[in-house]
Design a protein around this ligand. Structure first.
Ligand SMILES: [Zn+2]
Length: 136
């Protein structure tokens, strides 16, 4: 039985990044665009999720139907046991807040193809699994 079929485009839309200079900015824009256009709400199944305005501290995306928040983490290559996620204190603050987001993880290849995507529901994020990065 086929319940639902959805064709997923696995390549980033590279032509949208002309105005972005740094590689990290470019990847952020490309991967956010990809999620926005390919991923439905994993919580309630709504066909579309929406993007928060840039630099909103809450999260990257939200669902208008169930109000869940989603944060995107992208990484080149294979996603291993740990993923760099910015400042430790900020992350702890986020996962202990009432607006704790769910997480999307995207692994991509050099040629801007998505080779991995998964969702980690927010209740799996507890402060004990956040590692402090060693100082440089
Ligand atoms: Zn939803």
């Amino acid at each position: 039985m086929v319940v639902a079929e959805r064709k997923i485009n696995v390549s980033f839309a590279e032509n949208i990044t002309d105005n972005y200079i740094s590689a990290s900015q470019k990847i952020r824009v490309l991967s956010e665009d990809w999620v926005l256009n390919q991923i439905y709400c994993p919580n309630c199944g709504a066909v579309k999720i929406y993007e928060y305005e840039n630099n909103k501290p809450v999260a990257d995306f939200y669902c208008k139907k169930c109000n869940e928040d989603f944060e995107l983490k992208s990484k080149k290559g294979k996603i291993g046991k740990t993923v760099p996620a910015g400042a430790y204190s900020k992350m702890i603050e986020r996962i202990n807040s009432t607006t704790k987001p769910n997480f999307f993880f995207v692994g991509y290849l050099e040629s801007f193809y998505v080779n991995d995507f998964f969702v980690v529901p927010k209740h799996f994020f507890i402060s004990e699994i956040i590692e402090k990065r060693k100082p440089l």
